[in-house]
Structures are given as C-alpha cells and as structure tokens.
Design a binder for this molecule. Structure first.
Ligand code: SF4
Ligand code: SF4
Length: 257
C-alpha cells in the first residue's frame, strides 16, 4: 500500500476492486462452480487481511484525522459478535465448506442445534433485524471458531471506543452503531464491491443475507451451491434488503473536519 495521499489511496483502492473483479472473472469463466466462488472469497480474504495488516502498521501515516483514530479492537474482545452479520452467498458457502472440512461430526451437530435455536430466537426480530443482540453461533469461549473464514463485515468492523461496543451490546433500541476508523474498512469495502460486480456479471445474486440464516439454508439443502449457481432464489427468506443491509453492522463514519 502506498503512503496515503488522498489520490494515491483512491488509486490503490480502485486497483483492489479491479483485482477482485478480474480474479473472480477468471475463476467463473473457467468454471461456474462452488469451488470458483470459494476460491474467490478466500483470495479476497487473503488480500484484505494483508491490506489491513499494513494499515495497522502504518496507521500513524494515514494523513487524515480519521486515519489517526486507533481502533480499540483486540483478540478476545467479542461484544461486536452479538449482532446480525451480513454476508454474501459465496461467503456463506465458503464458511459451510470450512465447517464440513474442519469441524468434527460432534461440532457440526452442535452447530446445527445452534442454528436451529437462532432461527427460533431471531424470529421476533425479523422485521427489525438490526436490533437483535443474539450471540453468533460461532462464538466459542469468547473466540471466533471460524476466524480465518469469517465474513468480510466481521473483518472490517472496528471501533475506536470499546465502551460504546459494551453499551451497544445491551441496547436493543437500534443498530449496533459505533464510531470506527472507516479508512481501515476501505480495502474490505472495495474488494467486496469487486466481488459484487463480478457476481452480477454472471447473473448471480450479489446482495447480502443474514449470515446464520443463510448457513441454515445451506446445511438444509445439500445442493444449495448448485441451486444458487443455477439462479434459483433459495436464499430469499434470508435476504436483507438494501436498507436493512445499511443498518446491520452499521459503522458510524466520523468526518475529516
Ligand atoms: S468492534 Fe468493539 S467489541 Fe469488537 S473487537 Fe472492536 S472494540 Fe471489541
Ligand atoms: S463469525 Fe466470528 S467474528 Fe463474526 S460474529 Fe461470528 S464469532 Fe464474531
């Protein structure tokens, strides 16, 4: 990542978006398959993680006032895991593939029970999903059990004040909205835009679903990936409309003034 002047930063972000688009395009052109979708998500995650690491290392070089805002995020800090996560279908498929390959049979059964409980407990929140403070099914002993493949919003969400996260966790009156360093979220946002663009190019649903609801659908339908790739609207009940998406995992954006 170049030392960020505004122009260079914008140029770099544009390059990241183009990268996600062309990588996805090359994969899907070769094979319209679940493997291509999960390979795209995994590649984008690697790039985003590298960018994010570099941002952390260079945070004092970010030239704007916002750039100087240091997130309070630390390993083991889990208050933000008590809200609905928005995820794309390829991200959901990627997590499902990870679970099948890495969780023991017992862990998979346990997860299925948690997802069933989530469906029951989240029902009263369906028309105001951003007010849910249900615990994520993947939070185990205060740690994310799918850390390496967690959906993009879980990677970019940050807060410059952990006290506001603690307050939000017990406040069901609105979205889990906290002030964060949005510059650090930018690489994730532009890479996600690249993924969205390429999915649309292949006539695939590119919006977000409620992550845990999407996983429940995936596990209930062994051919979920094939159906998604064939354009079947299997995930319709879990979809978040654009307004809901902007309320779920809402990041308050401080200005540069
Ligand atoms: S967003 Fe808040 S709760 Fe989550 S890791 Fe950062 S400071 Fe902790
Ligand atoms: S997937 Fe992991 S990081 Fe995201 S909400 Fe769940 S436990 Fe937290």
């Amino acid at each position: 990542m170049p030392k960020p002047t505004r122009d260079l930063f914008a140029q770099h972000m544009g390059g990241l978006q183009n990268f996600a688009e062309s990588y996805g395009d090359s994969k899907l052109k070769r094979s319209r398959s679940e493997e291509s979708l999960t390979a795209l998500i995994r590649k984008v995650d690697i790039v985003a993680a590298g960018e994010s690491k570099e941002m952390w290392a260079n945070i004092e070089n970010l030239t704007t006032r916002v750039g100087l805002l240091k997130p309070d995020c630390k390993i083991g800090c889990d208050h933000c895991c008590y809200q609905v996560v928005a995820a794309t279908i390829p991200e959901v498929l990627n997590v499902a593939a990870y679970v099948r390959a890495n969780f023991s049979a017992e862990q998979q059964e346990e997860l299925k029970t948690k997802l069933a409980n989530y469906m029951r407990d989240s029902a009263p929140y369906r028309d105001k999903i951003e007010t849910s403070r249900l615990c994520c099914a993947f939070l185990v002993d205060g740690k994310c059990s799918i850390y390496g493949v967690r959906p993009s919003p879980c990677q970019w969400f940050n807060s410059t004040d952990v006290k506001s996260c603690i307050a939000r966790r017990s406040d069901e009156s609105g979205p889990f909205k906290v002030a964060g360093n949005y510059l650090m979220a930018m690489p994730f946002a532009v890479l996600a835009k690249g993924v969205k663009n390429v999915l649309e190019r292949y006539n695939l649903f590119s919006g977000n679903v409620d992550f845990l609801y999407g996983l429940k659908i995936t596990f209930d339908n062994p051919d979920a990936a094939e159906q998604y790739l064939a354009g079947v609207d299997l995930y319709a009940p879990a979809k978040l409309d654009p307004e809901e998406q902007s309320r779920v995992m809402a990041q308050a954006i401080p200005t540069d003034d």
